[in-house]
Design a protein around this ligand. Sequence first.
Ligand code: SAM
Length: 305
Amino acid sequence: SDSLVAQTACQKNLTANQLEEANVHFLDSMSSLPKAPDWLVIKIPKSLALLEYQLAQVQTIVGENTKIVAAAKAKSIQKSTLSLFEKYLGPTHTSLAKKKSRLVFSKPTLPIAILPSPEPISWQSDDKQLTLINYANVFARQQMDIGARLLAENLPNCDGKRVVDLGCGNGIIGLTVLQNYTDCHVTFVDESYMAVASARKNVESNFPDRMSQCTFAVSNCLEHFDKQTSFDNIICNPPFHQQNTVTDHIATQMFEDSKMKLAKGGELRVIGNRHLDYPQKLKRLFGGYNVIASDRKFSVLSSNK
Ligand code: SAM
């Protein structure tokens, strides 16, 4: 899985159903798959780019006896989905729909002529100073998010500060901090393994001599950090979509964790769509907030501990 949160939910479900956790080995999206499994079961992801990345990995490990079955809601199995199975694995057919879902079966003809894995997409920041690569499942993979742009233009003073880029995606916010402040430490945090891997690669390529000023963590909000860890500035462009629904529960957890992990006087700076009730949440948690900037759609808000 690319998601630490999904992996944790899966672990909880094993326990809840008295299934032996020792029999299950979790692999993150950046790890290599084991060779020649008997069965390969795929839950087809919503993102076609992620599916393509996964199938490019799968083509390299299928064996003589590997049986491949994939599943998704019937409406999300398009011609383009099946073409990817055919491109990377060979002849593919689907089952009839049952409870609005379908199965996809592929039968690779061995030996497979291995196709190269698609390259991560890259784009440049507005000032052309930063080049950002994005692995398949990363937010704003094709271009800079408009919220991220307003936040990057309204960063707090990070001079000499311990800074967190919370929900870092490709790391654009933390990289902009590094670009503007030479003396700071930036911790890049995301629950997506591909996001954190992208952020790491982006620091390595844009600021190769500043890796020692950076930490990278796959974490559900700030759960990964122990009680003693504290930060001066936490900067965040929170997610507000999960699957197809608008949600603010992750933002709420991010704000609560930030309150816990900020040093006294430390600052949380967030960007939010103006229709979300981030101001109320910040007021409840921190006792107040300032509006640093806003445009027609977004506001940049700041609260101090
Ligand atoms: N900072 C990047 C930017 O501004 O372009 C990405 C912002 S995107 C709106 C939100 C990010 O939060 C995504 O990269 C997503 O993977 C991450 N995220 C979602 N749930 C999370 C969680 N529970 N803990 C940490 N990060 C999470």
